[in-house]
Design a protein around this ligand. Structure first.
Ligand code: GLU
Length: 443
């Protein structure tokens, strides 16, 4: 079996971290099996769907490296839905219903008031031909419901949640089409999953009860259902589903200096029994990806953890991978010297500024003589070798200073800072001229 997965966002907003996770897992599952990952734009709701969101979804997936092998748009597939809908109507699996929202709401309240589950009573199924004709003649347009088969138990083995069982007798026949002819999500999704040969549906656990109804739709349309994996939702670091998570999208992360590889590495493992590892290469993450490793408890997304993973990934990135994003003049030696100190690539510019100067250093008075001596030694060094080692050894010898007293005044004078990249790597970049000048100024 060739695995085919799809990520099916509605273009009614930008992708947030939860959607990104769903997209990633669909992509990984397909990749792992050498299968196909597709993008399906769920834009049946013309009013709320926006072209700009379609574009941002494509761009975000691209940035993340989750490029789909193909794209389908529901708004271009209404003809197919019409055909399959007509089949279900002819088979009596979809029926017209004429209740208004208010009527339905009232019935719900009555049932709830009696302590009964608010299940639709199928009154529309009991209408006679004549009653229907009267309603139609009065201009009442029906909406359409899928008739659940109460005799067929609904069961599946979810790849994450294990065995699932629903009693269709306790469920309302779902509305699949509105009175104005527009489609609700449930049925077009099933028609597409069949038509696109989807083998695995990976989505959030908020869809579990939809799956129960959709399984009967697959059967009614004469198709084998795909396998399902319903993921526990993400929660914020404060432990509950937060508004904030819904607003964290690719843009936010990009601006925060987060690399796509960090998002992939974290989300590949979050909620699984495997540790999060800062792997810049997705291949080992894909190889170890398995729905069986996911737990049913909500997964906690913590931006601080993402930042940590990000820093460790930045440290692994080679010059070639980042060259375009580095400040002018910064070469491979510069990148290699500086990257162990970065938490984002953008910070490279700060350190490059330190290399190129000017740096503002406030030397302690008691270090003045020491720094003068350092400037003199610096002038005699072989700058092609290891000037930092040569400089500090010579000064240790001549002044008797060691440890912090030896290193810190030099670092301060040379970089204007107390901390930073390894001086042995940094000093050759600063170079003879600038180094002597900075040391002399401190002296
Ligand atoms: N458009 C649906 C959503 O965003 C798709 C759900 C599914 O994957 O079937 O929730």
């Amino acid at each position: 079996m060739t695995v085919v997965t799809r990520f099916a966002p509605s273009p009614t907003g930008r992708l947030h971290i939860g959607n990104i996770r769903t997209a990633l897992h669909n992509w990984m599952w397909a990749k792992k099996a050498g299968g196909t990952f597709l993008l399906r734009i769920d834009d049946t709701d013309a009013e709320r769907s926006r072209e700009e969101y379609v574009e941002s979804i494509r761009a975000d997936l691209d940035w993340l490296g989750l490029t789909p092998a193909g794209e389908a748009r529901q708004s271009a597939r209404f003809g197919l839905y019409e055909t399959r809908f007509a089949e279900l109507v002819a088979a009596g699996r979809v029926y017209p219903a004429y209740e208004t929202q208010q009527e339905l709401e009232l019935r719900r309240k009555v049932l709830l008031g009696r302590g009964l589950p608010p299940v639709y009573d199928r009154a529309a199924l009991k209408l006679s031909e004549a009653e229907r004709a009267t309603l139609e003649a009065d201009g009442v347009r029906p909406h359409w419901r899928f008739r659940l088969d109460h005799a067929a138990a609904i069961e599946w083995t979810d790849l994450i949640r294990g065995p699932q069982k629903f009693d269709p007798g306790t469920m309302s026949d779902p509305v699949v089409r509105r009175a104005d002819g527009s489609w609700l999500y449930l049925l077009p999704s099933v028609i597409d999953d069949i038509d696109m040969g989807i083998t695995h549906v990976v989505r959030g656990e908020d869809h579990v009860s939809n799956t129960a109804a959709q399984l009967q739709m697959f059967a009614a349309l004469g198709a084998e259902p795909p396998a399902f994996a319903h993921e526990a939702l993400l929660t914020g670091s404060e432990g509950k589903l937060s508004k904030r998570l819904g607003s964290l999208g690719a843009d936010h992360f990009r601006e925060a200096g987060i690399e796509p590889q960090a998002i992939v590495a974290l989300l590949a493992r979050l909620g699984t029994s495997d540790p999060v590892e800062p792997l810049a290469d997705a291949a080992p993450l894909i190889a170890s990806f398995d729905f069986a490793r996911f737990g049913r408890a909500p997964a906690r997304f913590d931006e601080a953890e993402l930042a940590q993973v990000n820093a460790r990934i930045v440290h692994q990135l080679g010059f070639e991978a980042v060259a375009e994003r580095l400040p002018a003049g910064m070469d491979a030696a510069g990148w290699d010297a500086i990257r162990p100190n970065l938490s984002s690539i953008a910070e490279a510019a700060d350190w490059w500024q330190v290399v190129e100067g000017p740096v503002v250093a406030a030397a302690d008075v008691e270090d003045a003589e020491f720094l003068r001596a350092a400037a003199d030694v610096a002038a005699t060094l072989d700058w092609a070798g290891d000037p930092w080692h040569a400089l500090t050894s010579a000064l240790k010898e001549s002044t008797g200073r060691k440890g912090k007293a030896l290193f810190l005044p030099l670092r301060r004078a040379l970089t204007g800072r107390d901390h930073g990249p390894d001086m042995a790597a940094l000093l050759p970049l600063i170079g003879r001229e600038r180094a002597i000048e900075r040391l002399a100024r401190g002296g």
